[in-house]
Write a protein that binds this ligand. Structure first.
Ligand SMILES: Cc1ncc(C[n+]2csc(CCOP(=O)(O)OP(=O)(O)O)c2C)c(N)n1
Length: 631
C-alpha cells in the first residue's frame, strides 16, 4: 500500500500521478470503511481526496497555512498529516474529531464546524504573516455551499481591498447538503460549462472562433475593445471584480491540470481564486446517487449503502416537527417555512414537496433567513424558521433587532438543542437558553416530548409575537398518549407532572423523562420528589415558583444547556429574590466546551442521564450538603 509510506505531507512529494491515483483509491477505501462503522461526512470527503493531495503537494503545511471551510471534508487531510492510525476512531468518544482541531495537529490551522469562516481566517493569517515578516501562503478551501453565506462575501470583499496573498480554492460540487441554491450557484454552474481560459483574450478567441467566416477579423477588432467588453468576456468575472485572479474551472480529478493551476496560484502575488470542479460521493455509487443522504450519515452496510438497522425507535423530534408543520400549513395558508441549507436535517423535506411555493431554502445564510422571516411576518405571513440551535448563534442580532424589537410573529424552531453527539463542540446546542432568555418580549419554550412539541407548534402558530422552541436531536420519548390527553399550553404556565414533598425538580424540556425515571428510583429510596415541567423559559411561571419556594423544600433544576445564564440561573435569580433558603442545585452543562462522543456517552459523562441525575440528587440531598447550601 502506498498509504503505508505516507506519514506526513512531504511524503507525497515524489509520488507519480499513477501512484497518486492509487493512493486516492486506498484513501477512499479507508474513508468508506471507517465511516460505515462510525458514521460521518462521507460524500464530501469522497469528493475531495485528489484535491486534498494536490493541495498538500503544492503547498507546504504548516508553513503554508491550509484552512478547511466547515471542516467536514478534512478526512484525507487528517490521514496524510500523521493521523492515519487514529482515523479508525474518528468522531468516537476519546478519538480524533471529525473537524479540524488546532489541539490535534500543527497542520490544523483553525478550528471549524460552522461554515464560511475560512476566507476571513485566511485574511487574518495573511495579515499576521505580513506584519510579523513571515513568508508562507495562506490557502482557504471553501465549498460552493459555504460560499453562499454573507460572511464569505464579506471576506472576499475585504481581501480584494487588502490585495494580499490569499489563495481561495473553490471546491465546487454544485451541492450544499441538498443541491445548492442562489444566483452565485447559477453563476458557478455557467462557469462549469466553459472550458478553462486563463485570460480574457484566450476566452475571446474561443468565443469568436466559433463564428464561421469572419470570426478572426472580428476578434482583432474586438480585442482592442477588450476593456469595455471585459465583463462579457472574462471567465470568473465576478471574482475578478472582487480583486481576485480567477483560474479555472479545473477538473478536480486530473492531477496534472489541478497541480498546474495550484502552482500558478501559489506563485502569484495577490489574491487568487482557483475554481475546482468535484463530485460529491465520488467513487462510491450509493453516495454519488444519494449524496444528500450521505452528506452526514450514520453507520451503513458498504455493499448496499443501507443504514445499519438499529432497533425501531420512536419518531424523531425533527420528523414530528416536519409533519406537524405540514398539518398546520394545510389549515393556514399564511404559514411559510424557511431553512438555511438544512431541508433534510430540519425535517422540512415533506413541507417542500407539499407546499413548494411556501418553502424557502436560502442557502447557508442564517442571518438572512431570520430577517427575511421578519419581513414576511411584517407583510402578514406566518414564518416558521427551522435552524439548528448552534447555527442560530449566527443570527443573534437578527433575532433581537429584526424580530423581537418589532414583536413580529416569527416562530424560530431550534432543532438539535442540547448535546448533538459525534459532531462535537461546534455543533452542541447548549447556549440557546442563555442567549434567548435575556431578550425582552419573546416566548421561549422547550417541549418535554414529541406530543408537547406538537402542542407547542400549534400554540406558536397563533401568537402575536416572536416564539422560539428548542428540541433535541434524536428520537422522541415514544409517548403513547395524544395531545387530547395533555394539559393545554398556556403562555407562561408550568405543569406539575409528579407530586412529592421532599424536593422539587424543575426538569427542562427533554430532560423531563430521565428525571421522572430517576425520581421513581429516589422514591424507592424513600425520597419523595415533585417533578415540574416548566414548559416556558420565558415567560417563566413565577406563580409556580412562589408556590414551590413557600413549601421550603430544596429545589433542583435540570437542563441540557450551559449552566452559566441557563435555566437554573433563571430559577435561582427569582428564587433568591423570593427568599428561598432551602437549598438549590443546578444540573446541566458545566462551563466548558464538551467534546464529541455519542449523546449517551456524553450524558453519562456529565451525569445528566438517569443514573447520573439520581446519583447527583442523592449525593446532594445528604443532610450536611443541604445545611451547607442553605446557610
Ligand atoms: C453556519 C452553518 N450552517 C449550516 C451548516 C451545516 N452544513 C454543514 S456542511 C453544509 C454544506 C456545505 O456545502 P459545501 O460548502 O458546498 O461543501 P460540500 O459538502 O458540498 O463539500 C452545511 C449546510 C454549517 N456547518 N454551518
Amino acid at each position: 500500500m502506498i498509504l503505508d509510506r505516507i506519514r506526513e505531507p512531504a511524503d507525497l512529494e515524489f509520488l507519480s500521478y499513477e501512484e497518486l491515483q492509487q493512493l486516492s483509491s486506498e484513501i477512499r477505501e479507508m474513508i468508506i470503511s471507517v465511516v460505515s462503522r462510525n458514521g460521518g461526512h462521507l460524500a464530501s470527503n469522497l469528493g475531495i481526496v485528489e484535491l486534498t493531495l494536490a493541495v498538500h503537494r503544492i503547498f507546504r503545511s504548516p508553513k503554508d497555512h491550509i484552512l478547511w471551510d466547515v471542516g467536514h471534508q478534512c478526512y484525507t487531510h487528517k490521514i496524510v498529516t500523521g493521523r492515519r492510525e487514529q482515523f479508525a476512531g474518528i468522531r468516537t468518544f476519546g478519538g480524533i474529531s471529525g473537524f479540524p482541531k488546532i489541539c490535534e495537529s500543527r497542520h490544523d490551522m483553525f478550528n471549524t464546524g460552522h461554515s464560511s469562516t475560512s476566507i476571513s481566517a485566511a485574511q487574518g493569517l495573511a495579515i499576521s504573516n505580513q506584519l510579523l515578516h513571515r513568508d508562507g501562503k495562506v490557502v482557504a478551501v471553501i465549498g460552493d455551499g459555504a460560499l453562499t453565506a454573507g460572511m464569505a462575501f464579506e471576506a472576499l470583499n475585504f481581501t480584494g481591498h487588502e490585495k494580499n496573498d490569499v489563495v481561495v480554492i473553490l471546491n465546487d460540487n454544485e451541492m450544499s447538503i441538498s443541491p445548492n441554491v442562489g444566483a452565485v450557484s447559477m453563476y458557478l454552474h455557467r462557469l462549469r460549462l466553459e472550458p478553462a481560459y486563463t485570460t480574457p483574450k484566450d476566452y475571446l478567441a474561443h468565443v469568436l472562433k466559433q463564428i464561421p467566416g469572419f470570426g478572426s477579423r472580428l476578434y482583432n477588432v474586438i480585442s482592442r475593445l477588450e476593456g469595455s467588453l471585459k465583463y462579457l468576456l472574462t471567465p470568473g468575472m465576478l471574482f475578478e471584480e472582487f480583486g481576485f485572479k480567477y483560474f479555472g474551472p479545473v477538473d478536480g480529478y486530473d492531477f496534472e491540470t489541478l497541480e498546474r493551476a495550484l502552482i500558478r496560484a501559489r506563485d502569484r502575488k495577490g489574491p487568487v481564486l482557483v475554481h475546482v470542479l468535484t463530485e460529491k460521493g465520488r467513487g462510491y455509487k450509493p453516495a454519488q446517487e444519494f449524496c444528500h443522504k450521505f452528506h452526514g450519515t450514520g453507520p451503513f452496510e458498504i455493499s448496499t449503502g443501507k443504514a445499519k438497522s438499529s432497533s425501531k425507535s420512536p419518531p424523531s423530534y425533527t420528523d414530528v416537527f416536519g409533519n406537524v408543520l405540514c398539518k398546520l400549513a394545510s389549515q393556514n395558508e399564511d404559514i411559510v417555512a424557511i431553512t438555511a441549507a438544512m431541508k433534510e436535517g430540519t425535517g422540512l423535506n415533506r413541507f417542500a414537496l407539499d407546499f413548494p411555493a411556501r418553502f424557502f431554502d436560502v442557502g447557508i445564510a442564517e442571518q438572512h433567513a431570520i430577517t427575511m422571516a421578519a419581513g414576511m411576518a411584517r407583510g402578514g405571513l406566518r414564518p416558521f424558521v427551522a435552524i439548528y440551535s448552534s447555527f442560530m448563534q449566527r443570527a443573534y442580532d437578527q433575532v433581537i433587532h429584526d424580530v423581537s424589537l418589532m414583536q413580529l410573529p416569527v416562530v424560530m424552531c431550534l432543532d438539535r438543542a442540547g448535546l448533538v453527539g459525534e459532531d462535537g463542540p461546534t455543533h452542541h446546542g447548549v447556549f440557546d437558553v442563555s442567549f434567548l432568555r435575556c431578550i425582552p418580549d419573546i416566548q421561549v419554550m422547550a417541549p418535554r416530548d414529541e406530543i408537547e412539541l406538537e402542542q407547542m407548534l400549534a400554540f406558536a402558530s397563533v401568537q402575536n409575537g416572536p416564539v422560539a422552541l428548542r428540541y433535541p436531536r434524536g428520537a422522541g420519548a415514544g409517548c403513547e398518549d395524544s395531545v387530547a390527553d395533555r394539559q393545554p399550553i398556556i403562555s407562561g404556565r408550568a405543569e406539575i407532572v409528579k407530586e412529592g414533598k421532599d424536593v422539587a425538580i424543575w426538569a427542562l424540556g427533554h430532560m423531563l423523562h430521565p428525571t421522572l425515571e430517576a425520581a421513581e428510583e429516589l422514591e424507592r429510596q424513600g425520597i419523595s420528589v415533585c417533578v415540574i415541567n416548566p414548559r416556558f423559559i420565558k415567560p417563566f411561571d413565577l406563580d409556580m415558583l412562589t408556590a414551590v419556594v413557600n413549601r421550603r423544600i430544596p429545589m433542583i433544576t435540570i437542563e441540557e444547556n450551559a449552566l452559566p445564564g441557563g435555566f437554573g440561573s433563571l430559577v435561582a435569580e427569582h428564587a433568591i429574590e423570593m427568599g428561598h433558603s432551602a437549598g438549590m442545585l443546578r444540573i446541566g452543562i458545566p462551563d466548558s466546551f464538551i467534546q464529541h462522543g455519542s449523546q449517551s456517552e456524553l450524558r453519562r459523562l456529565l451525569k445528566i442521564d438517569v443514573d447520573g441525575i439520581k446519583e447527583r440528587i442523592a449525593e446532594w440531598l445528604q443532610p450536611s450538603v443541604i445545611k451547607k447550601v442553605a446557610c
